[in-house]
Design a protein around this ligand. Structure first.
Ligand SMILES: O=C(O)CCC(=O)C(=O)O
Ligand SMILES: [Fe+2]
Length: 316
């Protein structure tokens, strides 16, 4: 497969059973094959997207000393700012050529969980940044909920199977800035080849060249979304749960050609995580003689902890 398939979420929520089935089939087979789809018909308005980009550009343009105030020790970069070059892909030493911000869950009606998650960090210098981040978080979470409902049906589970696990889940909205490249990077790339940790990722900003996806044949395929599309992919948690029926595909962000070194890239992934108690044990109906169980039983919380160590974000 050499192109990323497109789907429209409006088919799923239309109320028309034929369109709903069509959506489930399209997204199900895309995730069994290349692990990525481009999705339109989501819940983000053009105004919200415009406002978000304008706020995150303002944030990354702040003086370095100001941004450094928001890099909080001891929480593994789970909220607030992570400075340039800090995160590296699993198995690599060179840091990626990026800085980023994390918005986390806005917990409702669960004081225990509210205490368990680190608090969101408020940027004092920008009036609207925190508000627009929250609104984007909510709209992407809602979009992801419907995508997971479609996947639940594809996997022959109850439509609402994931709902209890994603309510107040540990999802992260990550605006990323890849700054202009000023000198020949030795081995570093904007984002080295990796699989995402979480259930699914909804990516805003994959509109220019840069993001590439590795297909079954081992070739790198450009993943470019149309202006109204989000790129959505399967993460390692969903791939474990489905015994690799749904594929968490390796992807990367390559450096631009030299004539474009002077330009920044901004992208905003939403990493949909469940609550940490969710078991990621392979589903019974994804294991049979032909598909022996490939993964040990583990919870989402344990798996996340393991991976944050491997990414250099928390110490053992
Ligand atoms: O910047 C992008 O387009 C993708 C980033 C990505 O894959 C990630 O942060 O996991
Ligand atoms: Fe990724």
């Amino acid at each position: 497969m050499s192109a990323i398939p497109s789907v429209n979420l409006e088919d799923f929520i239309s109320g028309d059973p034929t369109r709903k089935k069509k959506f489930i089939k399209e997204i199900g087979s895309a995730f069994e094959n290349i692990g990525f789809v481009a999705l339109s018909g989501h819940f983000l308005s053009e105004k919200l997207v415009g406002d978000l980009y304008s706020e995150i550009k303002k944030f990354f343009d702040l003086p370095q000393e100001t941004k450094d105030k928001y890099e909080i020790e001891g929480i593994g970069g789970q909220r607030g700012y992570t400075s340039f070059g800090k995160e590296h892909a699993k198995g690599r030493k060179e840091g990626d050529l990026k800085e980023f911000w994390h918005f986390g869950q806005y917990v409702e009606n669960d004081p225990e969980l509210e205490k368990a998650y680190p608090s969101n960090v408020q940027v004092a210098e920008l009036d609207y940044f925190n508000e627009v981040g929250k609104e984007t978080y909510k709209m992407l979470e809602k979009t992801a909920q419907y995508v997971l409902r479609a996947l639940a049906l594809h996997l022959e589970l109850e439509e609402t199977y994931f709902d209890e696990y994603i309510k107040n889940g540990n999802s992260i909205l990550r605006p990323i800035h890849y700054p202009p490249i000023t000198h020949e990077p030795k081995n570093a790339v904007r984002a080295a080849a990796h699989g995402d940790i979480n259930l699914i990722t909804l990516l805003m900003g994959a509109h220019g060249k840069g993001l590439q996806v590795r297909n079954h044949e081992g070739e790198w395929v450009d993943a470019i979304a149309k202006p109204d599309q989000l790129m959505i992919n399967v993460g390692d948690m969903l791939s474990r749960l489905t015994n690799n029926k749904l594929k968490s595909t390796i992807h990367q962000v390559v450096n631009p050609p030299k004539e474009l070194w002077g330009t920044s890239r901004y992208s905003v992934p939403f990493f949909m995580h469940p609550i940490s108690e969710m078991p990621l044990n392979c589903l019974d109906n994804c294991v049979d003689e032909e598909h022996p169980k490939q993964f040990e039983d583990i919870t989402a919380g344990e798996f996340l902890h393991e991976r944050l160590i491997e990414l250099g974000l928390i110490k053992k």
